[in-house]
Design a protein around this ligand. Structure first.
Ligand code: UDP
Length: 445
């Protein structure tokens, strides 16, 4: 759409808004098909899941965008080109494009170094946008680095900015076992928390964190839980899955799935294994990581040796998400031993696959897990308590069938996430237009 028709449309939208506001009706922005610019600068939604910087956020951006596209909304996701063989534009579905922009060095970049190239990223975005005369109704950015770019887009395109933190730097800094986040991040996040038109979080706990640590106004924060692909993750036959994966039929399998970050708490899961040594034939399967030549992998191997459990632990490396269902089916229990999570998608994936979850009290665990029935949330993350929780789910049945476990998370479909998101977009657009109209009126007086 060209410049003139775009501004004509916005003016018409504002005029109709004024008329509707006068007679006290509510604008139905929902009915309109939106054009959304989504920003995921440092991590591609099509990146390698389970590696250092690519996990739940990438899944979130990809699944949400696709679902919005299925409903007729146009979504352009902008991310940084980090490989020479990537096409500039790839189509994720009819309405959703992934657009790679050049900024900084070729290949992987450290997040702090990338911060210095965010202005290049925005310049490239503007070049791309003006070349194709693209206009958006709103910008939705993910993670603090993208949030910075989102602010520039908000200012120069005069559209609302919706922002998601995914993880909160100040909370990470107050968490034991976490790598410390730089002040640049917490200062940028504080600014975003106070200046975005709408902030979306996945749990009430995260909302409290933003109010407490950054002074965000609760009214600007919407809560939308994350989702799970219910078609991909569904109960499978345990014996068959073990046969396919080459796992023993007579072992109790404890599964971990995730990135190899200190916050994930693999260390305390290994320690918990030590408290379970009276169990014969116990195996910990660890999925994820950047490969056997990385310090993270070698550190975990060493830890397993130190605990004397190296024979009971199998590292299978990162697994394409399409192949993960067999791992969930093969396991007796998924363990989420994290020190911090903003949500914890793997717990939803396990439950949707009919596998119970034992977790520390992080992210959305308390709302996803039905205590004692579909899993167990340990009151504190001590390895001993973790082991006790795991024990309940490896020695015998928890009484629920795989179908019942799956039934407990059916509300977490991506379709429901998209519906809630569209409501949030509608609300922010109403507020934005109202604000713009009122300001216009005031300045005319
Ligand atoms: N994942 C994957 N392959 C792996 C490891 C992880 O596909 O080898 C996916 C997993 O299915 C989940 C996501 O990565 O969807 C991790 O999300 P989660 O919210 O659990 O953790 P985060 O990465 O956000 O900390």
């Amino acid at each position: 759409m060209g410049d003139e028709s775009h501004s004509a449309k916005r003016i018409a939208k504002k005029n109709s808004l004024l008329a509707l506001v006068r007679i006290g009706e509510v604008i139905q922005v929902e009915a309109e098909k939106l054009r959304i610019a989504m920003l995921s600068v440092h991590s591609s939604p099509m990146g390698e899941l389970g590696t250092k910087d690519t996990g739940g956020m990438s899944v979130y951006v990809r699944e949400l965008a696709k679902e919005l596209g299925n409903r007729g909304h146009r979504v352009d996701i902008y991310t940084r080109l980090n490989g020479s063989r990537q096409k500039q534009i790839s189509q994720l579905n009819d309405k959703v494009r992934l657009i790679h922009l050049r900024a900084g060095e070729n290949g992987q970049m450290n997040k702090l170094a990338l911060y210095g190239h965010l202005d290049d990223f925005f310049k490239e975005l503007e070049k791309f946008r003006t070349r194709d005369s693209l206009h958006y109704d709103l910008v939705h950015s993910h993670y603090w680095l993208s949030g910075r770019v989102g602010k520039w887009a908000q200012e120069s395109w005069a559209v609302p900015h919706v922002f998601m933190f995914h993880t909160v730097g100040a909370v990470k800094n107050s968490t034991v076992g976490s790598e410390k986040e730089p002040e640049l991040r917490t200062v940028t996040e504080k600014h975003l928390a106070r200046s975005c038109d709408r902030i979306l979080v996945a749990t009430d706990k995260e909302r409290e964190h933003l109010v407490q640590h950054y002074g965000a106004s609760p009214q600007t924060i919407g809560v939308v839980p994350c989702g799970v692909n219910l078609d991909l993750f569904s109960p499978g036959d345990r014996a068959l899955a073990r046969q396919e994966l080459g796992f023993a039929q007579d072992e109790s399998i404890i599964l971990f799935v995730g990135r190899f970050a200190p916050l994930k708490g693999i260390d305390r899961l290994m320690e918990a294994m030590c408290h379970l040594q009276h169990h014969q034939r116990l195996r910990l399967i660890i999925v994820g990581g950047d490969g056997s030549d990385t310090p993270e992998f070698q550190g975990l191997q060493k830890l397993a040796r130190n605990f004397g459990i190296q024979e009971d632990v199998t590292f299978v490396g990162r697994i394409e998400q399409d192949n993960l269902p067999a791992y969930y089916s093969a396991a007796n229990v998924l363990v989420v031993p994290s020190y911090y999570e903003s949500f914890g998608l793997v717990a939803l994936e396990a439950l949707a696959s009919g596998t119970p979850v034992v977790a520390t009290k992080v992210g959305a665990m308390e709302s996803i897990i039905k205590e004692g029935a579909t899993g167990h949330v340990v009151s504190n993350g001590s390895p001993r308590l973790l082991a006790k929780g795991i024990e309940k789910f490896i020695s015998g049945s928890n009484g629920l069938s795989a179908r019942e476990l799956r039934g407990s998370v059916l509300q977490f479909s991506w379709a429901n996430v998209a519906s809630a998101m569209i409501d949030q977009y509608a609300a922010v657009l109403r507020e934005w237009d109202f604000h713009t109209c009122c300001c216009g009126k005031v300045s005319m007086l």
